[in-house]
Design a protein around this ligand. Structure first.
Ligand code: GLP
Length: 245
């Protein structure tokens, strides 16, 4: 296992360093497919990319990582809508593959599975980590060979993601569709973004504990090329003397 760890001291630096690491990865390919995450963690990263403006970033195509199910089309909390607002529309980034959380989920799963053999694995996966160690919506218990699929969200994920959910957003979904660990592990380069003290314990566990389905993020230990951009709080529980590279 080989990690490059970039430690930052504030959100602005987080955004800038993550953008630099991402652009450096993009430069190694010609218009690669890229998996990108949602959530709070990547917001400074997307802000930094937006500041650069369209055309200033090497071209790439977006592949959606995961999506809630059972919401209505145009729902503001659909991950695809968030991605369009935060990054895809302002930077005119083309979409290679996406989910439609409002469609019949099983139909959608069939279509996504049909598309997979036609497209090459994404070259770069940028991901976050859930407080329970999930990656995308690969919740604890996910096999390292898990495929794209429909999943039930765990109580811990529902509690974490419900914050920021307004009454007018309606009932919080308890199902989602996600790329599996298989699709994520196929990426040649992984960039893990982590911010805040609430992630410190799980980050230490994922990077230094056993590789186990109980902590899907621990599968990162099997990846060749992992860059971690994290703030001081997120790194605060790493064991002393841990060798990052
Ligand atoms: C969400 C998403 C993940 C994300 C994670 C952390 O549920 N499915 O892709 O990385 O949970 O979210 P946050 O960055 O808001 O803590």
């Amino acid at each position: 296992m080989k990690y490059t760890v970039i430690e930052v001291h504030n959100d602005r630096a987080f955004g800038k360093k993550a953008a630099q690491a991402f652009i450096q990865a993009l430069r190694q390919y010609h218009e690669p497919d890229v998996i990108l995450p949602t959530g709070n963690t990547p917001l400074p990263f997307y802000a930094a990319l937006r500041e650069m403006g369209p055309g200033k970033i090497p071209a790439f195509r977006y592949r959606q990582l995961d999506e809630y199910l059972d919401l209505w089309m145009g729902h503001p909390k659909l991950f695809l809508n968030e991605m369009k607002t935060n990054l895809l529309d302002p930077l005119e980034i083309p979409i290679r593959s996406s989910f439609n959380g409002a469609a019949d989920p099983y139909e959608e799963l069939m279509q996504a599975k049909k598309l997979l053999p036609e497209i090459r694995p994404a070259k770069i996966a940028v991901i976050g980590i859930g407080e329970n160690g999930h990656v995308g919506f690969n919740e604890p218990g996910s096999s390292m060979f898990s495929d794209i699929r429909i999943v039930d969200l765990t109580e811990s994920t529902i509690m974490a993601n419900k914050k920021g959910w307004a009454p007018e957003d309606g009932l919080f979904p308890n199902r989602a569709i996600t790329l599996g660990m298989m699709q994520l592990r196929e990426a040649e380069q992984t960039i893990l973004l982590v911010r805040g003290e609430s992630k410190a314990q799980i980050l230490a566990k994922a990077l230094t504990g056993p590789v186990t389905p109980d902590v899907p993020a621990s599968y990162l230990q099997m990846q060749e090329n992992v860059t971690i951009v994290a703030d001081r709080l997120a790194l605060s529980k790493m064991p002393a003397g841990f060798n990052f590279s």
